[in-house]
Design a protein around this ligand. Structure first.
Ligand code: 6R9
Length: 664
């Protein structure tokens, strides 16, 4: 039987046949949030008696050894640490799977919809348990231990979730890399986290196209060397022809076929890392945000319950890929911790046609739907096609995340897609925050198109000016969070100093989000976008620094600067200004070659939209590229370039304007 091998003080078993309902009982005992007054009351409690509030929320999951210390946090840069429930022991996988067996063994955990409409699977909690146990046994048989890193580079198939949960079950740290990232990007991540194993598929299938995942892994490992990764687990998804390295490559189905379908799950400390997820910053290489087991799960579970007003009979669908934080928290951990039915979709919104989302909603009677504004804009681009063939009358709530949603798009989402019957919940948060931070609660918050409105329980946002002074009342400034919350990232993998410098140094004593925001007279927040050099292309975070370094690695490019420009579907698109190496003539072939180069270096998500060749870039006398000017030119908005007095060579700007690629 599955049992706790490290039961701690109580020694109780929380998995397998002896599932307890203690967490579920705690959920049932929580006060309802059905009105603005309920929200105000609970918000006050959550901030004035924060530790009591977070202890109540933490009791909604099952602990192998209960915690006594709720919070141990310091934001002081010389001793920055964030710890929650640190003396508690738990197993995240047991919380997401085993503890539901007593009451939900036959309930559907994952409703999978493949890229082809006929391709579907339904996986019950009982089946999920068997699959995860087999894989956990298989990973251990391969020598994966607690604390080892496992990179997951997979399509959106149930085995990707099995892989995440199997890692969690044995205390291994997963790092999911989005399938749209290139072999090089994958290699960087494998090296940075020192992965011991890569789990992948022969090829992914998306929008009718094949994505050569295994070939990318081969190329990545050729670059990363063999120091760390000694095994590649390969799921047969498409039957594509692949190269095979005997002694290293293992078929997923062969490994799990040999394993028992019970697995004894050990507890880990609440602060034990659950996963590392890479995201882009304003400088340098992507950073691996490290999330922990206990606090992260408490936060993912609580936000899922409140923000979506989750009920037992809901069918919930979040369209995010598991390669992003939204997929981690709201395809996998949040829903499964609550025993929900989570829909998982392998495809894209416009294949075979733009009606796909609506058709899937009808087919599975989806009641809660969570997507990105870029997807809504894609649907809006041909609204008739997007709405054809579906009624979407099962929906009761619509949500979005990832980028600002403008009021027109919000209204279409609500009125047309949601038939005017569903609240639109605009959720602001980040890879770093682990879960939703600012969002309306369906029954308790007055909605405003384009505003993420109010902070979640226990979250204290503020706006500050450049001097870190807190602004009061209606204001516009940098968005910071004053105190800690259980779901926040604990560090950057292998670089704690960078974590401190990036998030806790700009505004001392506060967490700096990198976003700007406005607060209106009602106290509602409107996120205005990044205040640093991070782009948001189709809801994907990309650092201009990464794109620049990929661009200048092309032998014909001497220098480059990258900015974003507004794009009707993607939100923001990539504009490269590049200076060719002396003697090289820039032409359309070179442009195409450079675009393909950047795409290959970073992956399809980073495909450039514009390349403007220029003999020079606008720089200050100290040599700093004036991106502000480049952004304006890319946006075809150069009437007011602002202060250009510090330009070393003012003539460059005239030339850039004359050669601009975006013209109204
Ligand atoms: C969850 C996620 C984080 C950045 C964030 C901000 C932008 C996310 C938003 C939003 C406006 C929203 N962002 N949600 N902007 N309104 N509701 O997307 O995480 O990939 O780390 O991106 O996305 O700029 O700082 P991540």
């Amino acid at each position: 039987m599955a049992e706790a091998s490290q039961g701690g003080k109580t020694g109780q078993s929380l998995s397998g046949q002896v599932a307890t309902t203690s967490g579920q009982a705690a959920v049932a005992a929580l006060p309802a949030v059905d009105s603005p007054q309920d929200y105000e009351r609970l918000y006050r409690h959550s901030t004035c008696e924060g530790e009591a509030f977070w202890a109540e929320q933490a009791r909604c999951i099952d602990w192998l050894r209960p915690f006594e210390q709720v919070k141990n946090v310091s934001y002081a840069t010389e001793d920055l640490h964030i710890r929650w429930y640190e003396d508690g022991l738990l197993n995240v996988c047991v919380n997401c799977v085993d503890r539901h067996l007593a009451t939900r063994r036959d309930k559907t955990a994952i409703l999978w919809q493949g890229d082809a409409p006929a391709d579907t699977r339904s996986i019950s909690y009982g089946e999920l348990h068997t699959q995860v146990c087999r894989l956990a046994n298989g990973l251990q048989a391969q020598g994966i231990d607690s604390g080892d890193r496992v990179v997951i580079y997979m399509p959106m198939v149930p085995e990707a979730v099995f892989a995440m949960l199997a890692c969690a079950r044995i205390g291994a740290v997963h790092s999911v890399v989005f399938g749209g990232f290139s072999a090089n990007a994958l290699a960087d991540r494998i090296i940075d986290c020192g992965a011991k194993m890569v789990i992948t598929a022969d090829a992914g299938v998306r929008g009718g196209k094949s994505i050569p995942l295994k070939a990318n892994v081969d190329a990545a490992l050729a670059r990363a060397g063999t120091e760390c990764v000694d095994a590649v687990l390969v799921l047969e998804r498409s039957g594509a022809d692949i190269a095979w390295q005997a002694g290293r490559d293992i078929w997923y189905h062969e490994l799990v076929a040999r394993q028992a379908d019970r697995h004894s799950a050990a507890g880990v400390g609440a602060e034990h890392p659950l996963f590392v997820l890479y995201t882009s910053g304003s400088t340098g290489k992507p950073k691996g945000l490290q999330h922990c087991s206990g606090g992260y799960l408490v936060y993912a579970a609580a936000t899922f319950r409140y923000v979506f007003d989750y009920r037992e009979d809901d069918v919930y669908w979040c369209t995010a890929d598991i390669g992003w934080i939204t997929g981690h928290s709201y395809v996998v951990y949040g829903p499964l911790a609550n025993g929900a039915t989570t829909v998982m979709f392998e495809g894209v919104p416009n294949y075979p046609d733009l009606g796909r989302f609506g058709q899937i909603i009808d087919r599975y009677r989806v009641s809660l739907f969570y997507t990105a504004p870029t997807a809504v804009r894609t649907l809006m681009s041909d609204a008739d096609a997007a709405l054809a063939g579906s009624g979407r009358d099962s929906l009761r709530l619509l949500a979005c995340a990832g980028e600002p949603i403008n009021p027109g798009v919000w209204r279409w989402y609500s009125d047309a897609f949601g038939n005017g019957r569903c609240p639109v919940i605009d959720t602001w948060w980040q890879t770093e925050t682990g879960g939703v931070m600012i969002a309306p609660l369906p029954k308790a918050t007055a909605l405003k198109p384009g505003s993420a409105t109010r902070p979640f329980f226990g979250i204290e946002p503020q706006l500050v000016d450049a001097n870190s002074d807190i602004l009061t009342g209606a204001a516009d400034g940098h968005l910071v969070i004053l105190d800690a919350w259980p779901g926040q990232a604990r560090t950057i993998w292998g670089d704690h100093q960078r974590f401190i410098d990036t998030y806790f140094s700009t505004h001392p004593g506060m967490y700096f989000t990198g976003d700007g925001a406005r607060r209106d007279a009602d106290g509602d927040y409107w996120i205005t976008g990044r205040v640093d050099d991070v782009l948001n292309v189709s809801g994907h975070r990309l650092g201009t620094a990464e794109i620049e370094s990929a661009t200048v690695s092309h032998p014909a490019v001497a220098e480059a600067a990258v900015v974003g420009f507004p794009h009707p579907i993607k939100g923001e698109a990539i504009y490269i200004y590049a200076t060719p190496v002396a003697g090289i003539e820039a032409n359309t072939e070179l442009t195409a070659e450079l675009c393909a180069w950047v795409r290959k270096e970073l992956g399809p998500v980073a495909t450039p939209d514009r390349v403007q060749w220029t003999p020079g870039l606008p720089k200050t006398r100290s040599g700093k590229i004036m991106r502000r000017i480049l952004r304006k030119i890319a946006a075809d908005d150069f009437a007011s370039l602002g202060d250009t007095s510090t330009l070393a060579e003012p003539g460059v700007v005239e030339e850039l304007i004359a050669g601009r690629l975006n013209r109204a």
